[in-house]
Design a protein around this ligand. Structure first.
Ligand code: DP6
Length: 360
């Protein structure tokens, strides 16, 4: 598919008003997206686990305006509070998608959104947030045409979400989602995320993700700034090649359930992401001392116990612990006894691989 395939021909029905509601999950990348080209096109392909408990719930009430507006007309309530400060982000998103959702200026939208994970936990809500909002808009569009193929519905939702935040396009479907053109991955595209198209071993279908909240404050450097610093970065070309190779390597790892190799790829990806931050100009560090303390502890635990616990990192200080469900008992004990001490206020979130967004 190409971009123009997402421009609707015309709408058959013009609804006066209505309400839609969706919940969309967060996701955690195994091979990271870091660096992008114009129009939210990723510099390299990525793959992620869709999460289950960490979600955004968004409802949109839409009311037809008497005549088409010059500006976008909407208000935004986040966790019960009117948030004017969130509006510019939505405005930019609407500008980017207007070509594909041409009814945007014909309605007033009341957007009401909340997260299931604690506010200001340092967990990015842009992925689940943009995914949930895109699904709401698609649901409205679906009511205006006589028929919409479900496959197209989800593809376009992912396409729109990508224009809001790149990683959001991986938050529509479960449980393993790939985004970005890759020669060896059938159906892969820069435009939207696809469910991973090759066999995935049972062990990954119930994988656990415990998120240790190391630093709950605002990040010092946003992802958008970080992505931009990959332009002219001394190691960028090699990094993009490495991500490409890691995706290739994961194909047999996913199929066979080879956990030792899985750990090597995933931890290397996390550390490389942060290495890119530390070697850009200007350079920056998003890890905190406790991020490193946790990593040391994980390595010690793995050596001693032979369990398959590994870590990954987002663009922040929090640590995602990934491990198979059948090792849950030992890992949870280890978390409680050894790792909680490194979490801000002892806080962590238990999550697991999930199966995608749902209409409510
Ligand atoms: C480190 O998707 O937040 O989490 O497209 O600018 O909104 P924008 O960036 P964003 O970047 C995510 C970066 C990452 C890695 C990943 O999720 O693949």
């Amino acid at each position: 598919m190409i971009e123009n395939d997402f421009i609707p021909a015309s709408y058959k029905f013009e609804k006066e008003e209505g309400r839609v509601q969706w919940k969309a999950p967060s996701n955690i990348a195994l091979v990271k997206y870091w660096g992008k080209k114009q129009n939210q096109i990723p510099a390299n392909a990525s793959v992620s686990f869709t999460l289950d408990n960490c979600r955004t719930i968004t409802s949109v009430v839409y009311t037809k305006l008497d005549k088409e507006n010059k500006e976008f007309s909407f208000d935004l309530i986040f966790e019960g509070k009117n948030r004017k400060d969130f509006k510019p982000k939505i405005e930019t998103f609407f500008e980017r998608i207007e070509r594909y959702i041409p009814f945007l200026k014909n309605y007033h939208f009341s957007i009401n959104t909340s997260n299931t994970f604690p506010h200001s936990s340092g967990i990015a809500s842009s992925a689940s947030g943009m995914a949930a909002l895109s699904l709401c808009l698609m649901d409205i569009e679906r009511q205006m045409v006589s028929e919409m193929d479900p496959d197209f519905f989800f593809k376009k939702a992912s396409f729109l979400a990508r224009l809001g935040s790149g990683s959001a396009c991986r938050s529509i479907k479960g449980n393993l989602v790939q985004w970005g053109e890759h020669n060896d991955i059938m159906g892969s595209t820069n435009l939207y995320g696809i469910p991973y198209p090759y066999p995935v071993n049972e062990v990954f279908k119930s994988y656990q993700d415990t998120i240790l909240l190391v630093h709950k404050g605002q990040k010092s450097v946003s992802s958008t700034v970080g992505h931009n610093l990959m332009h002219g970065h001394p190691f960028s070309e090699k990094r993009f090649e490495q991500a490409h190779d890691n995706l290739k390597r994961l194909r047999s790892i996913f199929a066979e359930g080879n956990l030792d190799e899985f750990i090597e790829v995933v931890e290397s990806e996390a550390l490389t992401l942060h290495a890119m931050m530390m070697t850009s100009i200007p350079y920056f560090i998003l890890m905190k001392p406790n991020t490193l303390n946790i990593i040391e502890k994980i390595w010690e635990f793995r050596r001693a116990s032979k369990k398959h616990l590994c870590f990954t990192l987002d663009a922040g200080a929090n640590v995602h612990l990934l491990y198979p469900n059948n090792e849950k008992k030992e890992v949870k004990k280890f978390i409680k006894e050894e790792l909680v001490a490194y979490c801000e206020n002892g806080q962590y979130i238990c999550d697991q691989i999930g199966f995608g967004a749902k209409k409510m």
